[in-house]
Design a protein around this ligand. Structure first.
Ligand SMILES: *[C@@H]1O[C@H](CO)[C@@H](O)[C@H](O)[C@H]1NC(C)=O
Length: 230
C-alpha cells in the first residue's frame, strides 16, 4: 500500500449536479456558470453552460471516499474567456449521514422509504429539508444548497453510493466506465484491463493531478478486493 488511507477505501460517491436556480448575474445580463466540487485533494468540475442563470447540468461527478468526515465543498463560477472566472457563491455539505445510510443493508424495504431527514440549520447550507431515501434499489439523497458569499442562488444535487464489495462491483464500475468508452466491446478476458484503462482515462481527466495516482491505486486495490471476494 502506497498510503495507509488506501486500505480504507469505502466506496464511490456519485454526486449528480442537477441544476442551478436563480444564480447570480456576473456578465452583462447573464452568466456562464460551472460547478467545482472538492473533497480533500479530489476536485471535479461540470461543463460550462452559456448564458444561463438557471442551468441544467445533470452531470455525475464521482469521488472515491476513504474518509466520510471530509465535507464536500461546492463553488460556482462564471466562465470568462479573457479574465479570471468570477465567483458566483459557494456551499459545503457533510457526506457522513449519507455514507452511513448507504452502507447499511436495506435490500427489501419498500421503495420511497425515508431513512433519514436532515433539517436546514445555521451550520449547514441546506435550503430545505433533505431526505435520505431508499429509491429504485438504492439509497439516494436529494439536496438543495443555498449558496453563500453571493447575493442569490441555489444548487440542486443528488447523492448516490457505489459499494466496492461483492460481484456487483464489476457491473457498477462498468456503469461508470461504459458511457465514456464509446463502441469498444468489452470481452470478459479484457475486463480487468478495460476497467483500469477506461476508469483511469475518464476519471483522471476530471481529478486533480495529486489525486490521480491515489485514485488509480485505489481502483487497483479495489479490483484486488473484488477478485478475492468473488
Ligand atoms: C431527486 O431529484 C431528482 C432530480 O431532480 C428527481 O428526479 C427525483 O425524483 C428526486 N428523488 C426523490 C426521492 O425525491
Amino acid at each position: 500500500m502506497a498510503s495507509s488511507s488506501l486500505g480504507h477505501l469505502l466506496g464511490l460517491l456519485r454526486v449528480r449536479v442537477v441544476r442551478g436556480v436563480n444564480l447570480a448575474v456576473r456578465d452583462v445580463r447573464s452568466s456562464d456558470p460551472y460547478v467545482v466540487l472538492k473533497m480533500g485533494k479530489q476536485k471535479l468540475k461540470t461543463r460550462i453552460i452559456r448564458k444561463n442563470v438557471n442551468p441544467e447540468w445533470h452531470e455525475d461527478l464521482t469521488f472515491s471516499v476513504d474518509d466520510p468526515t471530509l465535507p464536500i465543498k461546492l463553488s460556482v463560477f462564471d466562465h470568462d474567456t479573457f479574465t479570471l472566472d468570477d465567483n458566483m457563491g459557494d456551499a459545503e455539505f457533510d457526506i457522513k449521514p449519507f455514507v452511513e445510510a448507504a452502507r447499511m443493508p436495506f435490500e427489501g424495504i419498500p421503495d420511497g422509504t425515508i431513512i433519514r431527514k436532515l433539517e436546514p440549520n445555521r451550520q449547514n447550507c441546506l435550503a430545505e429539508e433533505s431526505c435520505i431515501v431508499w429509491y429504485d434499489g438504492k439509497v439516494v439523497q436529494n439536496m438543495t444548497l443555498r449558496l453563500r458569499n453571493v447575493e442569490c442562488g441555489e444548487v440542486e444535487l443528488q447523492l448516490q453510493w457505489i459499494n466496492l464489495h461483492g460481484s456487483k462491483l464489476i457491473w457498477r464500475m462498468l456503469d461508470i466506465a461504459m458511457p465514456h468508452c464509446g463502441g469498444i466491446c468489452i470481452c470478459p478476458c479484457y475486463l480487468f484491463m478495460t476497467l483500469s484503462l477506461s476508469l483511469s482515462t475518464t476519471v483522471s481527466n476530471a481529478l486533480q493531478r495529486q489525486s490521480h495516482t491515489e485514485f488509480l491505486l485505489a481502483t487497483q486495490a479495489t479490483h484486488g478486493e473484488a477478485l478475492e471476494s468473488n
